[in-house]
Design a protein around this ligand. Structure first.
Ligand code: AMP
Length: 111
């Protein structure tokens, strides 16, 4: 695990953690774009969504369950945006699969 998220998962870098179990960690983004900006990160080293294999689907489902749970906890269940950037062309900077959970303000239409 060579990415910054790998270091966070291994406990070598601090983070503002909001959830953790054996398979998933979630923490606050250091450069939030909204009042709530969380990153939901499967601990398994998967580069991005495009690299997800069929066997990983239960893990992705669990990530979505964590999204729902955190949306409730952070009081944004009424409306939020879930984003994953896949590949450089998709704006990905950290090459370890993660989902941005963004909310707490009215989000503009995409595009
Ligand atoms: P992406 O462009 O989808 O790869 O997003 C990477 C995200 O990780 C960006 O929103 C960064 O602000 C965030 N980020 C990078 N390093 C850290 C860190 N040490 N702790 C929390 N968030 C981070």
């Amino acid at each position: 695990m060579t990415t910054v998220f790998g270091k966070i998962i291994r406990g070598e870098l601090p983070c503002d953690k909001v959830f953790e179990n054996d398979r998933i960690i979630a923490f606050k983004d250091i450069h939030p774009v909204a009042p709530v900006h969380l990153l939901i990160v499967p601990k398994k080293e998967i580069v991005n969504l495009q690299a997800v294999k069929t066997e990983d689907f239960p893990l992705i489902t669990e990530c979505l369950q964590v999204v729902q749970q955190l949306a409730e906890e952070f009081d944004i269940a009424e409306g939020y945006r879930l984003v994953t950037n896949s590949g450089s062309e998709g704006g990905q900077e950290v090459f370890h699969l993660h989902f941005h959970l963004i909310g707490g303000r009215r989000l503009r239409h995409l595009g």
